[in-house]
Design a protein around this ligand. Sequence first.
Ligand code: ADP
Ligand code: MG
Length: 158
Amino acid sequence: MYDPILLTLDGSELAELAIPHAVAMAKQFGARLIVLRVVPPVVQPLDVDYGLSAPYGYEKIIEAETQGAAEYLANVVKSFEAEGLTVETVTPLGEPATAILETAHDRGAKLIVMATHGRSGFRRLVFGSVADRVLREAETPVLLVRGHDQDHSAAGKS
Ligand SMILES: Nc1ncnc2c1ncn2[C@@H]1O[C@H](COP(=O)(O)OP(=O)(O)O)[C@@H](O)[C@H]1O
Ligand SMILES: [Mg+2]
């Protein structure tokens, strides 16, 4: 039913809390896993020259970021493949929520698995802004995994 499953990771430990859930679902449903890390474009106002030039121009930065994202994902999925799962990694360029939603649509994902928080980790918000938009706009069910909540552990709940 849930094949393929899209797992989104931004490189943070909080995002990685979703991994065991995505793997368990993939095993349970015999599903392929698409593991995605979006490379956000570097924001540079058109009129401003930051003095960036080759080899550190915009394209080189994006290239390096994309390569870093691909290496990170390759490392993460090694253990999935060792467990016999069929895995594909993707590193689209774009605004993260938009790229997640587009990839889910284009690849026909049947389930999105993600953590509520990621790199910026504003834990006072119930969800981060990317998680919030994906949850609101996704065409599929979304399995949201909450990160460890400091307030709860302080209250002795963890
Ligand atoms: N660049 C990205 N690539 C892939 N997934 C992302 C990206 N940014 C955010 N996400 C996904 O959204 C989840 C929540 O992150 P986000 O909403 O950005 O919260 P935060 O504000 O804590 O960073 C992450 O755990 C991850 O699954
Ligand atoms: Mg974020």
